[in-house]
Design a protein around this ligand. Structure first.
Ligand code: GLU
Length: 465
């Protein structure tokens, strides 16, 4: 059997991180099993689905490297087919027309609730003769679900889950206007797409019991189910915006790398011992549904930061530098020309050590491209008192006699100057840092000076003298 999985987002909003994780698990499981991973856009709710959301979801998946193996299926396009299957069920006697009015249904529901029943429809049209149909009423089509026995799902994550059949409604397949319901469309599409494994959030577990009835009524093979627990916030409450339940595009904007986010989402709910760093290739070789935990995982921004910092350091500079330029292009206090781009490229690895995100990286490397005179942060400004500026003037004189503008030679020169002036190295190095970077924290100051080059370094020191 070739494994076929699908990610089936409803395009009513952005691709949130819970959805991204579901997509990732579907992708990894398909890859691990040598199968296919498909996308289905569940856009049957015409009022709430937007093209913008479809684009945002596909764009987010693409960024994460989770595009489907085939162009996405749009559920709405299958309406005729869904209606046809409902008619087939009617013909087979596995579904029936129901002519209940809205008032009748309301009464029925109130009664069922009062009696503590979960099946809210009482099946009153199930066996009624169609000749009793009231004139001028368009009926809905309902599935004839079994009245006795139980439905068992051997969920690959939740284990065996059982529901008594008398708790399952004869649910609606086609509305009175002939449009298929979501519940019905999902099953027809899963069958037609050849889905073998339905991997999705456990908020759909209840739907699965209804969907199983529909597969059975059509004598279709029932796919395997894996309902994965939802992601919660740090405090254990359901994930909300406050906890980081944002669209994946927000994570991209905040400077996270797609690989780091995927690694983080993988570890959120799936584990392989205590391995934290698991790249895509390794994830494909290891992923299994047995490793998915049964309890909700907690979203932890600090862990994501650490992992992202790791990926930033591991990714070759050449693969990151353009992303840093992109972020600096938006800033008005930097000049991005060939020279400053070159400086940033050379200085990037020195900046990486402290960075957790691309924003940190752009902020940390921005001084290489800063337009003179540099703005100073408060701590840097405080380093530039009279004594410090006198030292900088002395340094300028010494620098003029230096032939070899290299990190080592610059370090030797600054050390000599400190000694000659009877001050500690820091007394020269700190104001020098402030002058060259506008900050009190930066990569090694001799590296910075070497990369800036004689002309720019001198000019920046002169600016503060
Ligand atoms: N469209 C549903 C959602 O976005 C998923 C349905 C499914 O995976 O069966 O939550």
């Amino acid at each position: 059997m070739t494994v076929v999985t699908r990610f089936a987002p409803s395009p009513t909003g952005f691709l949130h991180i819970g959805g991204a994780r579901t997509a990732l698990f579907n992708y990894l499981f398909a890859r691990r099993m040598g199968g296919r991973y498909l996308l289905r856009i569940e856009d049957t709710d015409r009022a709430r689905s937007t093209e913008e959301a479809v684009d945002a979801i596909l764009d987010g998946l693409n960024w994460l490297g989770l595009s489907g193996d085939e162009p996405p299926v749009f559920q709405h396009a299958g309406m005729q087919r869904h209606a046809e299957v409902a008619r087939e069920l009617l013909a087979k006697g596995r579904a029936y027309h129901c002519y209940c009015s809205a008032e009748e249904l309301q009464e029925m529901r109130a009664k069922a609730r009062a009696e503590g029943k979960t099946a809210l429809y009482d099946g009153r049209w199930r066996d009624r003769d169609p000749s009793e149909a009231p004139a001028g009423v368009d009926p809905v089509v309902r599935l004839k679900t079994p009245l006795e026995g139980e439905t068992v799902i051997d969920d690959l994550v939740q284990g065996q889950v059982t529901v008594q059949n008398d708790r399952i409604d004869d649910f609606i397949l086609l509305r009175a206007d002939g449009t298929p319901t979501y519940m019905h469309s999902v099953v027809v599409d899963d069958h037609d797409m050849g889905i073998t494994h339905v991997i999705r959030g456990d908020d759909h577990l209840n739907n699965a019991f209804r969907q199983v009835q529909l597969f059975k009524a059509m004598d279709w093979p029932v796919p395997a189910f894996a309902h994965i627990p939802l992601i919660h916030g740090q405090d254990g409450a359901k994930l909300s915006k406050r906890h980081g339940a944002l669209g994946v595009d927000a994570y991209r904007d905040m400077g996270y790398l797609a690989d780091a986010l995927c690694n983080y989402l993988l570890r959120l709910g799936w584990g392989h011992g205590d391995e934290e760093v698991i790249d895509r290739a390794r994830a494909i070789s290891l992923f299994d549904l047995e490793g998915v935990g049964r309890s909700p995982s907690r979203f932890d921004m600090a862990k994501l930061d650490n992992l992202n910092g790791h990926y930033l350091r591991e990714t070759p500079d050449a693969d990151i530098v353009d992303l840093v330029f992109e972020r600096l292009e938006e800033r008005s206090d930097v000049t991005l020309d060939t020279q400053s781009r070159e400086r940033i490229t050379r200085g990037l690895s020195g900046v990486k050590a402290r960075a957790k995100t691309l924003i940190d990286l752009a902020n940390g490397a921005g001084f290489y491209a800063a337009t003179r005179p540099l703005p100073m942060n408060d701590k840097a400004a405080a380093l530039l008192g009279d004594d410090a500026r006198a030292l900088m003037r002395a340094l300028l004189l010494d620098l003029d006699s230096l032939d070899d503008w290299t990190e080592d030679a610059l370090e030797a020169l600054v050390r000599q100057l400190a000694e000659a002036q009877g001050v500690k190295l820091g007394a020269v190095a700190q104001p020098l840092r402030a002058a060259l970077t506008g900050s009190n924290a930066s990569p090694g100051i001799f590296e910075v000076m070497a990369i800036l080059g004689r002309e720019e370094a001198r000019a920046r020191i002169e600016d503060i003298c």
